[in-house]
Each structure stands twice: as structure tokens, then as C-alpha cells.
Design a protein around this ligand. Structure first.
Ligand SMILES: Nc1ncnc2c1ncn2[C@@H]1O[C@H](COP(=O)(O)OP(=O)(O)OP(=O)(O)O)[C@@H](O)[C@H]1O
Ligand SMILES: [Mg+2]
Length: 141
């Protein structure tokens, strides 16, 4: 069972992404297997690793349940040993609405999507967006 850490705050521009990216890299350097999940449509955590690519599946497709894309399909290695990324891109802007339409247990959507791959990691770090209450709830859940 991976240890999960959500980096979240009510305000924008306070260092959430910087913390998430560096914490992930430091844990990987210390020998832990780490997954960094980018939960922000701004995709800055993804861009930190120069991995922004909207032709590839991202966390949006993984979290949309009518989609056959699994977390394993979307996760990519970062180039830093032991550190993988679940990337985001502009399509994630629709996520808050998709979650809003769910009638029950919307906050467990992400948890469910990661259940298959969490055994592969010691830590899962979530970078949260500055707004989007339901996405933050998913990170915390
Ligand atoms: N410890 C720090 N010292 C100085 N500057 C920092 C530090 N941490 C982050 N910054 C800078 O502050 C700015 C905002 O950081 P960051 O993008 O990590 O914030 P954020 O909380 O993720 O923002 P957002 O809410 O938009 O996602 C960036 O330019 C970053 O380089
Ligand atoms: Mg950020």
C-alpha cells in the first residue's frame, strides 16, 4: 500500500506544484518508487518534466469512467529513476463538471482509478489545482 500525500491549499501560486515536484524527486532519489499525479489543468507538474503531450492519454481519460483508459495506460516514466508521472493536459478542465454530474461517491473516483497500480509505488504525490473543490476532494480521499 503506497503512502499518499496530497499537496493542496485554498490559494493559488503558493508553491504547491514546486513542492509536489521536488518532494517526488527527492523521495525517488532516496530509493523509493514514486508516482506523481498531476491534478491540475495548468499541467505545470507535467511541464516540469517536459512531458506535456495532448496526443497521449492523461489523467482526464483515466478518471472518466466511460473511457477504457486505465492508469497504467497513462502513466509514463519521467527520466528520473523510480519516478513516474500521471500527466495532465488541457482536457482536464472538464473534470470538475464530470465529477459534479456524478450522483454518488464522486470523491472516490481517483482512488478507484489508482487501486490497480498503487502496489507498484511506495509513495503517490498529488499536485492539486488552486480551484476545483471536487478535484481536491479526490486528492484528499
Ligand atoms: N520556495 C520558493 N521560493 C521562491 N519561489 C518559489 C518557491 N516555491 C515556489 N516558488 C515560485 O512561486 C511560483 C508559484 O509556484 P507554484 O507554481 O509551485 O505554485 P502553485 O501553488 O502550484 O500555483 P497554482 O495554484 O497556480 O497551481 C513559481 O514561480 C515558483 O517558481
Ligand atoms: Mg500548481
Amino acid at each position: 500500500m503506497a503512502i499518499k500525500i496530497a499537496i493542496t491549499y485554498e490559494k493559488g501560486g503558493v508553491g504547491k506544484t514546486t513542492t509536489a515536484v521536488n518532494l517526488s524527486a527527492i523521495l525517488a532519489e532516496k530509493g523509493y518508487k514514486v508516482l506523481l499525479a498531476d491534478l491540475d489543468l495548468q499541467s505545470y507538474a507535467t511541464s516540469y518534466f517536459d512531458m506535456y503531450d495532448d496526443k497521449l492519454p492523461c489523467i482526464y481519460e483515466v478518471m472518466c469512467e466511460d473511457n477504457p483508459v486505465t492508469a497504467e495506460d497513462a502513466v509514463r516514466p519521467t527520466g528520473i529513476e523510480r519516478l513516474d508521472l500521471l500527466p495532465s493536459n488541457y482536457r482536464f478542465r472538464k473534470m470538475e463538471t464530470v465529477l459534479m454530474m456524478k450522483t454518488k461517491r464522486q470523491e472516490y473516483t481517483l482512488k478507484k482509478c489508482l487501486s490497480e497500480i498503487e502496489k507498484n509505488y511506495d509513495f503517490i504525490i498529488f499536485d492539486s489545482p488552486p480551484n476545483g473543490e471536487r478535484i481536491k476532494e479526490n486528492a484528499l480521499a
